[in-house]
Write a new protein. Structure first.
Length: 208
């Protein structure tokens, strides 16, 4: 059975563009992020959603809440969709990291560089894709609320893009990206679509 996985990056919060939130506890959506979450629920209202998953961090679960209310479903929290582990870089401003050799290498050679005490992007990609394979066939249409690097890693995998090039994929806060996954095929049907506007209606699902 084919399963559609709709990935949503969490909404805006006060660390965006300023510092690395990583897996810090207590990072919540700001006012803009809460508005984005409500818009997402409206945007998805016509879709045949039968399961909602999220990572465990507050900003992700808060983004999922209005969507859960829209469909009368509970969010299933899964560590497979948590933020990349960034070790000692968490809570550090980008201006402070600029010029550090490891930070520079991390952004140039992402496939084989991890933060001190952090996680490789290859590990992020593997855990997320493994979870999709586990869920494939259990549901028809799954919403997954997660983080930008997780979405990039998954989309890079299914598009055949090397992780060292994955910054070519822009994944905005509260954006939508969709993968259709079957037993022997995958299609990226949506990438970084806005979470606002008219309700999303997808073309009929094609089968192999």
């Amino acid at each position: 059975m084919t399963t559609n996985f709709l990935f949503i990056r969490h909404g805006a919060h006060d660390y965006l563009g300023r510092a690395i939130a990583g897996r810090l506890a207590g990072v919540h959506l700001n006012e803009l992020g809460r508005q984005q979450a409500e818009h997402l629920a409206e945007k998805l209202s016509l879709l045949p959603v039968d399961a909602i998953f999220s990572g465990p961090l507050e900003r992700v679960r808060e983004t999922a809440e209005p969507i859960c209310r829209q469909f009368g479903l509970s969010s299933q929290v899964d560590e497979g969709f948590t933020e990349i582990g960034l070790g000692g870089w968490e809570d550090r401003p980008f201006t402070e990291l600029a010029g550090e050799p490891l930070w520079d290498r991390f952004n140039r050679f992402r496939s084989s560089t991890a933060a001190d005490g952090g996680e490789l992007m290859l590990e992020v990609q593997a855990r997320a894709v493994r979870k999709l394979i586990e869920l494939r066939g259990q549901y028809r249409f799954v919403v997954i609320v997660t983080h930008g690097d997780v979405v990039r890693a998954v989309m890079a995998h299914f598009l055949g893009i090397h992780l060292d090039l994955f910054f070519r994929l822009e994944i905005d806060p509260a954006s939508l990206s969709l993968v259709e996954l079957g037993d022997d095929f995958a299609r990226v049907r949506l990438l970084n679509a806005p979470g606002e506007g008219s309700p999303l209606v997808l073309p009929a699902i094609r089968h192999q």
